[in-house]
Design a protein around this ligand. Structure first.
Ligand code: G3H
Ligand code: 13P
Ligand code: NA
Ligand code: ZN
Length: 328
C-alpha cells in the first residue's frame, strides 16, 4: 500500500528504527528493493530524483512504483521525490501521486549555489502548505552537504554546492534547525553532519567518528519531533569496488560511511537514510563480472539478473542493520 513518509517515520520513531530510502530509476533497482523488503518484512521508501525523471521519464518512475505496490500489496511503500529544487517541481510530483516530496532549499534553484536562510524558509514553508493540503509529507534540508574530510559537496547529477564549504555550512546548527522547523512545519529534516553524495566521500579508511554524531544528538534534542534524514549514506562496499576493478573497471580507492556510524545516528533520531551509490556500485560490479565470466552471453536478462541479486543483497543488509526488518 502507498503510505506517506510521515506515517512511516512516526512508526520508525516510536519503535526506534531507521528506514533506508533507495533511489530508483530502473526496474532492476525497484525489484531488488521490493524482493529484499519482502524477504525481511520491511517497509519501503523509494525515491526518484530529477536525474531519474530525466532518464526514465516521470510516468515510468511513477508506474514502476505503482507496479511494485500492486505486486507486493502487503508492503507499505512511500513514493518520495528526492531533491526538488523549487515548489513548482514539488507541486508537479504531488500531482503525479507522490506521497512525499523533498524541497531542498539549501541550494538555490540551480542546485549548485548555497542559498540564504530566508530563501530556504520561504520555499520550504510554501511547499509544506501545498503538500499538507494534499496529505503529502515534506522533507526539508538545512546546512550544505559535504565531506568533513574534503570540504567538498560530492557528485550528484546536478545537485551539490560548487567549491569548498566552510565548517559552519557543513554542520547544521541545532538552534537554527529549531527555528526552521517552527517556521516551515516540515515533517523531516535533512541535516549536514559530514556525509556527501556519490562514491568519493573519504580518501582514507574512516575510523572513529567520521560523522558529527554529537551534532546529530544536539539537533535531535532541540527538535525531537522532527524526523532526521541522512543523505549521502552509501557505505561504498570495498568488495564491490574490488570486483569492479578486477573485471575491467578503473575506479580510484575511496571510502563511504560505515554502516555502524549510520546505526549510531539512528539511535539519535535519524529515521530516513538515503542510499543510491551502493546499489550503482553493486550492479556495475555484478554486470562486469557476469559479462567477463560469460563472454558468449548476449541475453541482457542474464546480466541484469546478476545485478538485481547483488542489489538485493545490499538492501537486505541495510534493512537488517537499520532495524527496518520485521516492521512492515
Ligand atoms: O539524489 C540523489 C541521487 O544520488 C542522485 O541520483 O543521478 O539519479 O539524479 P541521480
Ligand atoms: P549516496 O550517493 O551516498 O548514495 O547518497 C544518495 C542520496 O543522498 C540521495 O539523495
Ligand atoms: Na530526499
Ligand atoms: Zn541527497
Amino acid at each position: 500500500a502507498l503510505i506517506s513518509m510521515r506515517q512511516l517515520l512516526d512508526h520508525a520513531a516510536e519503535y526506534g528504527y531507521g528506514v533506508p530510502a533507495f533511489n530508483v530509476n530502473n526496474q532492476e533497482q525497484m525489484r531488488a528493493i521490493m524482493e529484499a523488503a519482502d524477504k525481511t518484512n520491511s517497509p519501503v521508501i523509494v525515491q526518484g530524483s530529477a536525474g531519474a525523471r530525466k532518464y526514465a521519464g516521470a510516468p515510468f518512475i511513477r508506474h514502476m512504483i505503482l507496479a511494485a505496490i500492486e505486486e507486493w500489496p502487503h508492503i507499505p511503500v512511500v513514493m518520495h521525490q528526492d531533491h526538488g529544487t523549487s515548489p513548482a517541481i514539488c507541486q508537479r510530483s504531488i500531482q503525479l501521486g507522490f506521497s512525499s516530496v523533498m524541497m531542498d532549499g539549501s541550494l538555490f534553484e540551480d542546485g549548485k549555489t548555497a542559498s540564504t536562510y530566508e530563501y530556504n524558509v520561504d520555499v520550504t514553508r510554501r511547499t509544506v502548505e501545498m503538500a499538507h493540503a494534499c496529505g503529502v509529507s515534506v522533507e526539508g534540508e538545512l546546512g550544505v552537504l559535504g565531506s568533513l574530510e574534503t570540504g567538498e559537496a560530492g557528485e550528484e547529477d546536478g545537485i551539490g554546492a560548487v567549491g569548498k564549504l566552510t565548517l559552519e555550512q557543513l554542520l547544521t546548527d541545532p538552534d537554527e534547525a529549531a527555528d526552521f522547523v517552527k517556521q516551515t512545519n516540515v515533517d523531516a529534516l535533512a541535516i549536514a553532519c559530514g556525509t556527501s553524495h556519490g562514491a568519493y566521500k573519504f580518501s582514507r579508511p574512516p575510523t572513529g567518528d567520521i560523522l558529527a554524531i554529537d551534532q546529530i544528538k544536539a539537533i535531535h534534542k532541540r527538535i525531537p519531533n522532527t524526523h532526521l534524514v541522512m543523505h549521502g549514506s552509501s557505505s561504498v562496499p570495498q568488495e564491490w569496488l574490488k570486483v569492479i576493478n578486477e573485471f575491467g573497471g578503473d575506479m580510484p580507492q575511496t571510502y563511504g560511511v560505515p554502516v555502524e556510524q549510520i546505526v549510531e545516528g539512528i539511535k539519535h533520531g535519524v529515521r530516513k537514510v538515503n542510499i543510491d551509490t551502493d546499489l550503482r556500485l553493486a550492479s556495475t560490479g555484478a554486470v562486469r563480472r557476469h559479462l567477463a565470466e560469460n563472454p558468449a552471453n548476449f541475453d541482457p536478462r542474464k546480466f541484469l539478473a546478476a545485478a538485481t541479486q547483488a542489489m538485493t543483497d545490499i538492501c537486505i543488509a541495510r534493512y537488517e542493520a537499520f532495524g527496518t526488518a520485521g516492521q512492515a
